[in-house]
Every structure is written in structure tokens, then in C-alpha cells.
Design a protein around this ligand. Structure first.
Ligand code: SF4
Length: 614
């Protein structure tokens, strides 16, 4: 029986069969036997998560524009489906042609969060593909990965043949063209990988030797052969006006996490929050043109049937004339009963007015991310938001009738004391007082949410240690007790253990490969879902591998230690990160790229905001 028949035979026995049927609006149909390169885009999580991801849709449609390439999608099936697949000997399959993943030339994973690493291994296992790159010769597909986590690819380096660093539109096509050439020549895998490593933005981990000191830190990372780059520089698209963006997008037929068409309005972030990896690895800021954004919105609404458009970026308010853009788009879509959403919007009286116009019926929840409870700590992390900003906006919001407020903070930030945590309580108390004085005609819903600081590669805090699990518990309890004194405040915090594992893998090295294999054997998957995350299994995985996880998560590094990701050039100089790290110790701030260039090194890309200002 072919895979498709086997799948359809069992679909009525699983939760949400629509995850496995494909056939959505704008799905690309081609004859798989008439293309030169077959590419499986794997999102290592559930369909509903993967289909909410803009990057998947861009690359999917971009690759499929080429007649010689067929890009298909693969998602990790949920537990119930995996069980049935095992029983009925159904390997993991693509949604377009129900092909098994070993039929593809290239399997491309996107790495959006560290806790998806065992999901990735599970996809390979369900496809009967050997996990380790060294166990796969040219008879297997080339396994590649990209996305933000590839900026520290080392924990996955034994499993992935090559990583694509930075923005994938140009480099993926260059890689596929090279592959096509080698495929015709009946290539040897290592020859292909050596050649691929010459493409800027491609990192081939198997081509490097890593040596360790007796203390366990890295002694050296050296290319195995001459001609292999000593440092791999990320790729960016210099001018976003020339970059491909789909004018129609695959639209799910079942409800997904973000059920809308998403428009990317710019890339990068000018702010420089010292804990935020995205703020550094996507530099420099580059804007898209307003007219083309409007035209794309109209096309996407026409072609997708979606009833929501979202303007996406790391900091929407930084788009020049964002209110004008939003109002123009609103005019185009309002009469079609399509909603507009503006995530990552900095709130003030102008944007509140805009939000009221956008949603005349409901009053959306207002979200603020001060991240820290005191101005001192906000200066340490370079978070450019003051309490006056928050309180005056909230006062206006209450006067306008907004009653749902949510604030995001981080616990365990470098230099944090209990006074900083008390500052979170003070902010919540003050908001409640403002409500009591100005509003009262509606019920206030005030949510405080905290996550735990996770030091990330390529940020000024990459040398910092994460606090222990016991300290996380103490800090969260301390804040909870304080917040209990304010009636009506809803407090939630991120899982301690999950935060600890994120810290391990975000700065881990290639010796974590055995831990990941152990975790897979112990059944760890869908770990990003706290209901399915089992810390005791991870503890066992580390124990069996003889690895102390606190070496990766809690340890403070010296500035001269060789870091596992030092081989990767994000465009921001290490000297700049060290300078920023030192400034954080003195609570000194750095202006945003809009106010003054701080010469971080990103001018090397010769585009974007750096050149608009120089
Ligand atoms: S070089 Fe200057 S303007 Fe460009 S990203 Fe760095 S700090 Fe910002």
C-alpha cells in the first residue's frame, strides 16, 4: 500500500486529521518526477505551530517559483499519530505528495527554539534516516538547518550536514544550484560539503576539529583542510525591496496558532537590549517600502481568503510613519471585513488611538515589556522604557476605556537584587492606583508575567551565568507573595526547568550530542510544551552522558574564553559586545541606531540603517 493510502486509512483515529491531509489553499502541486531537486522543508513541531511561521511560507513559495525545484512540507506528527504510524509502519511523510523523507535530495530544518532539538531528531528517526551526519553517505538526503538557533549550531553539529546562517533567500538558492550540479556529477558527499563551505553563510561542522582544555573549555576550533573558512559570516539581504515575498500564501484549513497573513515590514532591531539575541543577529535594520507593502497586502487578502493581516517586525513602532501605513492598510481591508493586528507596538497616546480605530468593538489587551522592575536594572539591560512612559500611557488607556493590561518582566537578570523584584510589585501597585483614581467604570485585568533570563550567544550577556533553579524558585515565590497583596493581579511565570534547559542548549557545544540522543531514547519530544516537558528525563539524559548541565548554563565565562559559536560572525564585533557587557556593569546605556551609530560592526554588510546615517 502506498503511504497516502495508509495515512488515509488511519486518519479517523487521530486527533485533528487536518494536520496530515495537506491540500490547503495555495498548496503547490507539481510532478515530483519532473524536477531536478526535491527539498523537504521540515518544521520540527506540530503543523499548527509550523504553519504559523512566516519564514516557512516565504521559502516554500520562493523555492517553488523555480520549475526545477519542488519544496514540500513536513511537520512532526502528534503522539497519537506517531503511535499509529509505528503500528502500521508508516514513515514520516510530506504533505504535498506523501513522499517519505528519504526520497528527498535535501531535508531543511528551521531551528526556532532550542527545545525543538529532540523533535528534529525524532523527524529523522521517523523517516528511518540515521541521526548522525557521519552515518549518512551520498545515498541519503543532505540534512541542513537554518533559523535563529543556528547562530550557536554546535549542540546539533553531529546531526546536521550544514547550517545556513542568516537570511536564507539568496544563500539557499546558491546551495541548491551547487547541489544540482553535484547531483548530475554523481557526487561524493564530502566533496559536496567542502564545496558548499565556500559559499558565504554556509557552515559545515564536520570540516572543523574542536579541542578542549582539561577544564572542559574549548582550546581551539580549526578547519580540517586548507581553504575551509576560519570564520563563517552570516548572510543578509541588503535591499529588502529586491527580496522575494510571496503574493499568495499557503493557507491552513484547520485552526493554527496564528491564523492570519503576515507582512514583514522590516528586518533587524535598532534598540540593542543586551539580553536579546534577535536584536543582534538580525542587524542592521532595513525597511520595506510602504507602497509595496500596501500592494502585497491587497494581493494576499485576495489570494488567501484570510480575515486578518498582521504587520510583523521586532519593534513595529520603529517603522517610519507606522500609523500612516496602518491607516492606509486599514482603508484597503476594512470594507472586506479583514482585521489588522500590530504586534510589538510601543504604546503611547498616538498608538492607543490607532488601536481603538483598528478594533472598534473589542478593546485589545495592552502589553508592555519593561523587562525589569527598576530604572537601574533597565539601564543595565539597555531597555529603553521608563516608568513615566508606562504610567502616562496607562492613564490615557484607562481614560479611553482599555481595561486589560499585561506586563512582561524577566527574573534573574545580571546584577538583579530583591529591590529590583520589589520594583515589579511597585509598578503593578501604581497601575492599580491609577485605575482606582481614573477608571473604575470597567473591571481591570492586570497580568504580570515573568520569564527567567537565558544568556544567549552573540549578545553582550553571552558571558553571564544563569541563576540556579533554587534561586529561580525563590525569586518567583518572593514576587508571588508580594503581588498577592494587590487584589486582582494575575501572576504567571515560565517553567524553571525548561528555562534551565534552554540556557544549556543556547550556549552548548558539540559534546551535547550524546545528551540529545539519550533524551530522544528516553522519549523527550515536544519539550517546548511545558505539559510534555519532563525534567527528570533530561536529568537522566545528562547523567547517562556524564555531562554536568550547569557547566553550560550557570558558569560565568571570561572574555578571553573561546566560545563554541566564535566561528560564526553575526556582523557584530566581539569587541563591541565586550564593551557593551562592561557598560552594563556600570548601568550605562547605549543609544539606538536611530539616535547614534555605536559602530557595532554591522556596516560590513554595506546596507540598511548604518548607511542611511553614515
Ligand atoms: S553599525 Fe551603527 S547603525 Fe549599524 S547596526 Fe551597528 S550600531 Fe546600528
Amino acid at each position: 500500500m502506498i503511504v497516502k493510502d495508509k495515512v488515509f486509512d488511519v486518519l479517523f483515529n487521530v486527533e485533528r486529521p487536518g494536520r496530515y491531509t495537506g491540500n490547503e489553499i495555495n498548496m503547490v502541486v507539481k510532478d515530483k518526477d519532473k524536477v531536478d531537486v526535491r527539498f523537504a522543508f521540515c518544521f520540527p513541531d506540530l503543523y499548527e505551530i509550523g504553519m504559523s511561521h512566516l519564514g516557512l511560507k516565504i521559502l516554500y513559495h520562493m523555492l517553488n517559483e523555480r520549475e526545477d525545484i519542488y519544496c514540500e512540507r513536513v511537520f512532526l506528527p502528534w503522539f497519537d499519530m506517531q503511535e499509529i504510524m509505528k503500528k502500521n509502519q508508516i514513515p514520516i511523510f510530506s504533505l504535498e505528495t506523501y513522499s517519505t523523507i528519504d526520497e528527498f535530495d535535501i531535508i531543511g530544518f528551521t531551528l526556532q527554539y532550542e527545545m525543538s532539538y529532540t523533535n528534529l531528531l525524532k523527524v529523522l528517526e521517523l523517516g528511518n534516516i540515521p541521526l548522525r551526519s557521519s552515518q549518512r553517505d551520498e545515498n541519503y538526503p543532505i540534512v541542513i538547518a537554518g533559523g535563529p538557533c543556528s547562530f550557536n549550531p554546535e549542540p546539533l553539529s553531529s546531526f546536521i550536514d550544514l547550517f545556513v546562517l542568516g537570511e536564507g533567500e539568496e544563500v539557499t538558492l546558491e546551495l541548491i544550484d551547487l547541489y544540482k550540479d553535484y547531483k548530475q556529477k554523481k557526487y561524493k558527499k564530502e566533496e559536496f560539503l567542502i564545496k558548499a563551505s565556500q559559499i558565504e553563510g554556509i557552515y559545515v561542522p564536520s570540516l572543523y576539529d574542536v579541542l578542549y582544555t582539561k577544564e572542559g573549555t574549548i582550546k581551539s576550533i580549526t578547519p580540517k583542510y586548507s581553504g575551509i573558512p576560519k570564520i563563517v559570516k552570516k548572510r543578509i539581504i541588503k535591499n529588502l525591496e529586491n527580496v522575494y515575498f510571496p503574493q499568495k500564501m499557503i493557507t491552513p484549513i484547520i485552526e493554527v496558532v496564528h491564523d492570519r497573513v503576515t507582512l514583514e515590514i522590516f528586518r533587524g532591531c535598532a534598540r540593542g537590549c543586551r539580553f536579546c539575541q534577535a536584536g543582534y543577529i538580525y542587524r542592521p535594520v532595513r525597511f520595506k517600502n510602504k507602497e509595496s507593502l500596501k500592494a502585497t497586502t491587497i494581493n494576499l487578502i485576495k489570494t488567501s481568503g484570510s480575515n486578518e493581516v498582521s504587520l510583523s517586525s521586532l519593534s513595529t513602532s520603529d517603522y517610519p510613519d507606522v500609523e500612516l501605513l496602518a491607516r492606509d492598510i486599514l482603508r484597503e481591508i476594512e470594507h472586506k471585513k479583514v482585521n489588522l493586528s500590530l504586534p510589538s507596538l510601543r504604546l503611547d497616546s498616538t498608538t492607543l488611538e490607532l488601536l481603538r480605530e483598528i478594533d472598534k468593538v473589542r478593546k485589545p489587551t495592552l502589553t508592555f515589556a519593561p523587562e525589569a522592575g527598576t530604572q537601574r536594572l533597565r539601564d543595565v539591560i539597555n531597555k529603553n522604557i521608563t516608568e513615566d512612559n508606562i504610567f502616562s500611557t496607562i492613564q490615557t488607556a484607562f481614560e479611553m476605556g482599555f481595561g486589560n493590561v499585561k506586563l512582561y518582566f524577566m527574573l534573574g537578570l545580571p546584577t538583579e537584587t530583591d529591590d529590583d523584584i520589589l520594583g515589579i510589585y511597585d509598578i503593578a501597585k501604581r497601575i492599580k492606583d491609577i485605575y482606582t483614581k481614573t477608571a473604575k467604570r470597567f473591571r481591570l485585568s492586570l497580568g504580570i508575567s515573568t520569564s527567567f533570563f537565558v544568556p544567549k550567544a552573540h549578545t553582550p550577556f553571552q558571558w553571564e551565568g544563569q541563576i540556579t533553579i533554587e534561586e529561580m524558585q525563590r525569586k518567583a515565590r518572593f514576587l508571588k507573595e508580594k503581588l498577592k497583596k494587590i487584589k486582582g493581579v494575575d501572576y504567571s511565570y515560565h517553567d524553571y526547568y525548561l528555562s534551565k534547559m534552554e540556557a544549556v542548549f543556547s550556549r552548548g557545544d558539540r559534546r551535547l550530542d550524546v545528551v540529545l540522543e539519550n533524551a530522544l531514547k528516553l522519549g523527550c519530544q515536544f519539550d517546548n510544551w511545558s505539559d510534555y516537558f519532563d525534567f527528570s528525563k533530561w536529568e537522566e539524559a545528562f547523567k547517562n552522558a556524564g555531562v554536568d548541565y550547569s557547566f553550560y548554563s550557570d558558569r560565568i565565562r571570561d572574555h578571553d574564553e573561546i566560545l563554541p559559536w566564535d566561528i560564526i560572525d553575526s556582523g557584530v564585533d566581539k569587541e563591541f559586545l565586550i564593551k557593551e557587557h562592561k557598560k552594563s556593569k556600570e548601568a550605562k546605556t547605549t543609544p539606538s541606531c536611530f539616535d547614534k551609530c555605536s559602530l557595532c560592526g554591522a556596516t560590513t554588510f554595506k546596507g540598511g540603517i548604518c548607511f542611511a546615517k553614515v
